[in-house]
Design a protein around this ligand. Sequence first.
Ligand code: MN
Length: 247
Amino acid sequence: MSVAGTTVEVGARTAVGRVREHNEDAYLVRDRVFAVADGMGGHAAGEVASALAIEAMDRLSEHDPITPELVVAAVSDANASIIEAGLAERRRRGMGTTLTGVALIGPASARRWLVFNLGDSRVYRFADGRLDQLTVDHSEVQELVDAGYITRTEAAIHPARNIITRSLGLELDPEPDVWDRDPSGEETFLVCSDGLTGELRDAEIARILADAPSAQAAADLLCAAAEDAGGRDNITVVVVRAVTAGD
Ligand code: MN
């Protein structure tokens, strides 16, 4: 019998930044589910939307195993609760949120990673000194990149970079992107809001992830670096360091 298993060490931090008055980001670090939500909407509604999204994902940890279908259902529940809350209170109408993260799915003997995304918050994987963005932004600039009109570097400073094309709260049953992947060796997943990636280049993020002595130190250092770089938006970082033992 194989004795495979994945153990995780997690660090998280959220910061309001240097410009915004409220922090409308929220995050989840719970058992096998790690997520970030970046809310939007006036009258502090963004905070309500991101909190509702995180609450719905939190309920996933009642299940073992978690399945891809359960993750998609939780996203759908989150969306419904945001729409419902918006209808119940007029000044919250039109609120929405991004939602992205990773979940350890499947039975204890054969855990796998499920990466999920709606919006322009991101999941990266850092392993063997290499940083890869696993999620694809649902944003206008990503569509311009995909069509070959602008480069990724140009997208980072494009005036339309904040316009997202898919999110929770603004349509019925928006479809999250999901990617199912085998765990492998030592790998770090970085789940973050655009307040991080709007301030730091990939190389800087990779350097901090490589040098930090712990997952919590990595989260603290990433947040601090984004604030030092301007902190123009709320910054949220969840760092999941995973080790998977082989047979
Ligand atoms: Mn943001």
